[in-house]
Design a protein around this ligand. Sequence first.
Ligand code: PLP
Length: 500
Amino acid sequence: MRYYSTRGGAKTVTASEAVLKGLAPDGGLYAPAETIKPYSEINLPGGSYREIAKAIFSRFLGNYSPFEISHTVDSAYNEATFDHPSVTPLAQPADQLNILELWHGPTSAFKDIALQALPHLLIAAAQKSGDDRETVILTATSGDTGKSALEGFRDVPGFKIVVYFPEKGVSEIQKLQMTTQEGKNVYVVAVRGNFDHTQSGVKQIFSDRDLTLRLEKAGYRFSSANSINWGRLLPQIVYYFYAYGQLLSRAEIREGEKINFIVPTGNFGNILAGYYARRMGLPVNRLICAANRNNVLSDFINSGIYDKNRSLHSTLSPSMDILVSSNLERLLFEITGHDSERIAFWMKELNEKGRYSIDRETLRELQDLFWSDYADDQETQDTITETFREYNYLLDPHTAVGKNVFTKYLERENDRHRGVILATASPYKFTGSTIRALFESNLYKEHSELELIKILALETGTAVPKNLAELEDKPVLHRQVVDPAEMPEHLQKMLINHRE
Ligand SMILES: *Cc1c(COP(=O)(O)O)cnc(C)c1O
């Protein structure tokens, strides 16, 4: 399988080049350049997570050797990295309620699934390219990605990982997860400002030619662990197949029976992986895109107009507080039959006017496959409360958005295909919001989030993921705080001094 840019202005590359580059030189995203063949060799009902992963990875990673693929999968998904033998277990708290738990990885959020695999895909890609410089991964995070990337890249030979987070823009638990990070090659830096300031600081580093040259001289090259990298999308296709296999082996569905997936969505990476699973022939009826109050995507899917000219709201599901869903570009490329001219035009409109509108035919195609609505914070809280009361099952706020939107779908559409809700975070990762939804909101006002973890466990009789239970005993190892403007200078000092 080879890859080319959604905007048509870059040459076709191999899988490892696509992984190494991340973004195409013309600003587009890399997408498969060849027909995606239906699966036939994948043993669904009997296959383990790792077997299915190897079959799917091989399909898309043409120039990786079988050894490199096995090594990547075995290193990413094992008893040391995931706390459940199934990797992504399918929970069934009630009849007709299927929840695919994607949060059993080292940081309790679904981004672990991709970020445990990406470093290994990058190492092999760097070896193939003959570039033996040390790679510095730079990441700006609003919470979940940073910690997942730190765990994925810690102590990986040939890499340094630098994570910037907004000093006051992440939860107490997320901050502690990052500032207690161990590893010889990790750097964690707080930035004075919000996520936008943090992200512009990182962009400034990437575009600083002088800095790049100086660091290149010192033997470094830059990369990002961005969610538009094909190497992050690919690992996410696997769990759609795995979930289907689980339903088959429990005799919940018949071979070939279509099902729906409900995906709490932000950057459109997770749900796009579901689209590729469907393109490979997985019997998917609808992909239900669940948004929060930042409902750009549900407006788009319902009207064909993408309009980011609106203010960003902070919600209880912060990992979905996004106005530009970058992976959507890949979907449009696919459903227009790889019409890179149209894609380049829409993206230019988005860039210049903050808005674009797709043609009727593309909209029809989109609505055939996708359905979307959103849940506000009140609905999110109510869903957490009701689900716990009725089924004794605890949802985090992101997954609660998914469940709420699924309920709306069932009320409005006459569709009785089975649905699987993707659970993107452990409720313990967002303890404050979860506990305030369950109990009177004033009750636990004075407690720190670490105390709340224990209270939530006691009150609900659920288990705390190990990585979060251990947080309070870990020493804080990273205390640096910088202004956004100082970031390039600070990075240079950090990397070059460290080397001396
Ligand atoms: C990143 C994230 C999402 C959104 O996923 P996308 O792939 O960006 O659509 C949803 N929930 C949680 C908990 C996340 O960390």
